[in-house]
Design a protein around this ligand. Structure first.
Ligand code: FES
Ligand code: FES
Length: 143
């Protein structure tokens, strides 16, 4: 698929130097999700305190798009409250629909905008964000 060089570089950087890859012992919610089209999976952990995402980590196996998206997503949501995290997830959906959205908070995410022309790849890029949404729901149910 065609992504321009800058975008490709950002994606590969997150794939090769993943941010927040790993696990913690004291996460408040864990979400395991897979992409049914390919079987790739992500396990996302959030540490939410007083409605704030204090930390986020993930493990999993997947393509460069899915894993780099997880790396970016976890960077973007740290320190945000659940409502802001949810709002970022909505904005990411808009990005995948081809809308021009900006992520001032963490502009690396915009590198994934080129993916919107490839339906299979949208699923890759959205996996981590779907896990986040489930994590937010799970957290809200508990509180
Ligand atoms: Fe590898 Fe498009 S074919 S990301
Ligand atoms: Fe499986 Fe991208 S090919 S998540």
């Amino acid at each position: 698929m065609q992504l321009d060089d800058l975008y490709r570089r950002v994606i590969m950087d997150h794939y090769k130097n993943p941010r927040n890859r790993g696990k913690f012992e004291d996460g408040t919610v864990t979400i395991d999700l897979n992409n049914p089209t390919c079987g790739d999976r992500i396990s996302l952990q959030l540490k939410v305190e007083d409605g704030i995402v204090k930390d986020a980590k993930y493990t999993g196996e997947g393509c460069s798009i899915s894993m780099s998206s997880a790396s970016m997503m976890t960077e973007a949501i740290k320190g945000r409250n659940l409502q802001e995290a949810e709002e970022l997830a909505s904005r990411f959906s808009s990005l995948m629909k081809g809308e021009a959205v900006e992520f001032e908070e963490y502009e690396d995410i915009e590198a994934l905008s080129g993916v919107n022309k490839f339906p299979a790849r949208i699923k890759c890029a959205t996996l981590a964000w779907n896990a986040l949404r489930k994590g937010i729901e799970g957290t809200e149910e508990k509180s």
